[in-house]
Design a protein around this ligand. Sequence first.
Ligand SMILES: [Mn+2]
Length: 425
Amino acid sequence: MQHIIEASNRDRAAAHRSDYERLGEQLAQHKVDIEEVVAQAAAFEVAVPSWGLGTGGTRFGRFPGRGEPRDVYEKVEDAAVVHGLTTVTPRLSLHVPWDEPENAPALRAHAAELGLGFDAVNSNTFQDQANQALSYKFGALGHVDADVRRQAVGHILHVMEVGKALGSDAITIWLVDGGNYPGQIHLRKSFERVRDGLAEAYADMPEGWTMLIEHKPFEPAFYATVVADWGSSLMLAQALGERAACLVDLGHHLPKTNVEQVVARLVAAGKLGGLHFNDSKYGDDDLTAGSIKPYQLFLVFNELVDAVRDGALEQPPAYMIDQSHNLKDPIEALLQTVNNLQKAFVRAVLVRRDALTYYQQENDVLMAEETLKSAFEMDVAALVAEVRRRRGGAIDPIAAFRASGYRADKTAERAAAEYAPPQSL
Ligand SMILES: [Mn+2]
């Protein structure tokens, strides 16, 4: 891939240089040094999910693409391509059991050879697995039967063991408990059972690890999900202790929710642990981040950049992509996503914070809004391309990927692709 990247960059070098210089002049007029922004932008990294490397599906069906990875080793291979082109996705977030390796140390070594490490591991207590003794049909950690709850805690501990062998230092728990009809679950007691189950798993969490708790208003439960919102998630993270934090999935909010304000609240509570990036029009649609509501994505980054600059966040939260690529080539969709995320991040870096503070103090509503809007409207494509170029990545990752013929090669190689359809958390 490296020689393809070099050839692709050579073709684009002159046009890119002139775009970058023009942007540098534009920023200089506002007394912003483009080199400083490049340095800050280079700090942005995001993890890729193992389930995002295959074609996703809906409950209506799945249309597999050609040349998809057949196992976790091939997923690592594809993730390395994404990292090679973008240079900012050095970690893979693994789902257990969908992508559970038979030999975790061997997978870790294979990934390391390709320049990859492992991000948070993801547990699954929302479907029954082969050879599983008890069913999660009516819940897992919040189930009325203590044996089912024990089995769910056992699974989470097992996922931590796998993660430990991979070199992960966090676990993301998607809490699935809930009910479809009023009366089905005891609203208060089911929450207490979930909390107590998490506490059991938390007590045995490896040293230096973080437990990330993800909320979601509905699906699979359609009447009352136990951890439906950030308030419930925060209660759990606070009850568990210092090493538990909330994870905000952009798609896990009801329409009209002010997600950037949710982010701000969790920062204030000292409990923002991570973000799952995606976009949506209606529900948890898992579309490409920045494809539907780019302004919201920018406003979320604005809160994060502001919080890091203020010291309200000691370090940026864990950034992860959580999308389902139903129609696009998964690698191309990830390349597009990473570019959108980088651009949103850089625009947030460009917000003139002194000016914003001044206008807020003066109650100058219009100019405060314009301060944000003017950063959002900046064309920063050349800047993020330059970040990639300097790190050995592609000026135009999608063009380089298409020129590489990678998918066609893999289609021949992986002709017998057969594995469980990936889904999204
Ligand atoms: Mn998620």
